[in-house]
Design a binder for this molecule. Structure first.
Ligand code: ADP
Length: 603
């Protein structure tokens, strides 16, 4: 309880008042004592003035009869009594001044001060005080010191060499003690009263300071808890009013900066949440302090919270440690590429600053799988093109060299060799033409051709009729079955025709002697559906996902023998998608047959 400022202030206030009262009391008592002492000295000075002292000396030395020659004791006593009477008479005259009472007496002693010859209060013995002692030695003395419990005065009388009598006055300071007691009692009451009053006033005064402080404290606490409207501006012009208004101002500016920081935080959070790159932030101890959902997704981890820099990047073989970033010299950022579960990830490491010091590490994770795959496809493509062109070139070269080395070879062999050279040249031309078509389709560079009306049924009847000749050569049956009527569509007729021819010719190529090839057309909902079904060699299941890749062939030797380039299906897919917004699908069972389905939306 006494720890509060209010109590402390009250106690200090009361202590100050009591101390002041005590000082006043001590001073008053000292003054009272001083007054009585001074009064005693003044009285002695007034009473025992020069004249009185001379009279007293005279009285002490006066002899009314001649001195006895034989030292008669009775006579001496009588003479002394007479002297005493005379001395007493003089003193009696001063009684009004001396104020002799039961607390103050006077006595006349002999020269030693030990024997009382007369006393105003009929006492027989007297204490040998220092004053009396020095009087017995011939010196007039007065004692009024604070340390003494009485005041006394002694006047030696007699001749210069002999002290015959001493006039002694003693005051036991009872009046002074009574006065001091009364003063002390009054002061004590005053002290108690003022202590109570000062306690009440002190508490009120302290309250007038501490209550506003307490209220402000409560409001400041609410403020700290986020209740920015806890403080009302004050209209008072005192210190508390100013303090309250300063706090209100502080609350407003804090609210503003909190809002600003919050909005910045939300902005950054939103950016981080929606970034297509993963972000990880680590502190200087390698502890993960922030991450976004994309990082979680790319790293394929359900929980990231327990991630530790060195441990984690060692685990995924990134070949980097915290020390490399913090202690090894580098130009601000480091890059690593890793493969994680069929994904290629590029990791960019950089330090970030807090208060002009390195505060931690930021890791940006990019998914470069697509680029990596494209790069791989590009490398494969170049290798494939070179390979595909080198094979016919080698054949042409070897055949032509043979011809030139053997000029006498008969005509029949010459023609056969030249046929091979021509067929390999055709093959090269086909590859180059297919590559050009693909390149145009890739770049969407096909010359703009005015769309033509395409009657699917007519087109299919025409193609089937034309290719029937080829089918016949292998004793295959090629039939066309329109399921229902298909609407006329518009687009690049030649391109669509090339696609369908390629698919039917594949069916003929990869179906054995006496095989069966059927072509269907139908309208299903808003799509035109064309199907080419054969009962040929089929495609193994595991090869199906690659069937539309450029230069991909299930059986390279067989395909080459049949004049295939491995680009037909790739061109078909590209041409349908970019020219008609269509799709192509292949379903096949190895050694049973293949079903190619084309869907073209009717616009
Ligand atoms: P190609 O010019 O070699 O025929 P394509 O791109 O047209 O090239 O076909 C790619 C590969 O798909 C072919 O080499 C072949 O192995 C396989 N293929 C295509 N159609 C069929 C089919 N109807 N039956 C079996 N395999 C097929």
């Amino acid at each position: 309880m006494f720890k509060t400022i209010r109590w402390k202030m009250t106690i200090i206030f009361v202590a100050l008042v009591v101390a002041a009262e005590l000082l006043i009391g001590i001073f008053t008592i000292a003054e009272t004592i001083n007054y009585y002492h001074k009064d005693f000295s003044d009285t002695i000075e007034t009473v025992f003035n020069f004249n009185v002292k001379s009279e007293l000396q005279k009285a002490a030395n006066a002899l009314s009869m001649p001195a006895p020659v034989d030292n008669n004791a009775i006579l001496i006593e009588e003479m002394t009594q007479e002297n005493i009477n005379k001395i007493n008479e003089i003193i009696q005259n001063q009684l009004g001044y001396l104020a002799i009472s039961k607390y103050r007496f006077y006595a006349i002693t002999d020269g030693s001060g030990e024997n009382i010859l007369y006393s105003s209060n009929n006492i027989n013995t007297i204490d040998m005080t220092p004053v009396l002692k020095s009087a017995s030695e011939g010196t007039e003395s007065l004692e009024t010191s604070f340390t003494c419990s009485y005041m006394d005065y002694a006047l030696p009388l007699g001749t210069e060499s002999t002290v015959k009598y001493i006039v002694y006055i003693n005051d036991n300071e009872q009046i002074q003690a009574d006065a001091v007691k009364r003063t002390a009692t009054i002061l004590l009451y005053a002290l108690l009263l003022s202590a109570v009053i000062s306690f009440i006033f002190g508490k009120m005064l302290a309250g007038s300071i501490t209550i506003p402080i307490r209220n402000l404290t409560v409001q400041a606490k609410k403020l700290a808890d986020g209740d920015m409207n806890a403080l009302e501006p004050s209209s008072a012009h005192d210190e508390f009013g100013n303090l309250t208004n300063s706090l209100v101002y502080l609350a407003h500016t804090r609210q503003e900066s909190t809002d600003r920081a919050l909005s910045e935080k939300t902005k950054v959070e939103t950016i981080l949440q929606n970034m297509t790159d993963g972000i990880l932030a680590f502190d200087l101890n390698g502890k993960l302090i922030h991450f976004n959902p994309e990082a979680q997704r790319l790293l394929a981890r359900k929980y990231l919270d327990d991630l530790q820099f060195d441990r984690f990047f060692k685990e995924i073989n990134a070949g980097i440690t915290l020390g490399d970033l913090l202690y090894v010299k580098h130009d601000g950022s480091l890059e690593r590429e890793i493969k994680l579960k069929n994904q290629y990830l590029r990791l960019n490491f950089a330090t970030f600053s807090v208060d002009n010091k390195i505060g931690g590490i930021i890791v940006v994770i990019h998914d470069v799988t697509r680029q990596e795959k494209l790069e791989q496809a590009r490398r494969d493509f170049v290798a494939n093109v070179s390979h595909e062109l080198r094979t016919p070139l080698t054949t042409i070269k070897s055949y032509s060299e043979t011809l030139s080395d053997m000029p006498d070879v008969d005509r029949e062999v010459q023609i056969r060799f030249l046929d091979v050279i021509a067929s390999e040249a055709d093959r090269m031309a086909r590859i180059i033409s297919d590559l050009l078509t693909l390149s145009e389709l890739d770049e969407n560079q096909t010359y703009y051709k005015a769309p033509e009306e395409i009657n699917i049924r007519k087109m299919l009847e025409n193609i089937v009729e034309r290719m029937g000749m080829t089918a016949k050569k292998k004793n295959q049956t090629l039939t066309y079955n329109p399921i229902n009527e298909t609407p006329v569509i518009s687009g690049d007729r030649d391109s669509l025709e090339r696609v369908i021819i390629n698919i039917i010719s594949n069916a003929l190529k990869y179906t054995g002697e006496g095989g069966n090839i059927e072509v269907y057309s139908s309208k299903v909902y808003k799509d035109i559906c064309i199907k080419v079904v054969d009962n040929g060699i089929g495609i193994p299941k595991e090869k199906l996902p690659h069937i539309f890749d450029r230069f991909y062939r299930v059986d390279k030797a067989r395909s080459r023998d049949t004049g295939g380039t491995g680009l037909g299906l790739a061109i078909a897919k590209q041409a349908l998608e970019s020219g008609f917004g269509g799709k192509i699908k292949i379903a096949s069972e190895f050694n049973k047959g293949t079903e190619v389905t084309i869907t073209i939306p009717v616009n």
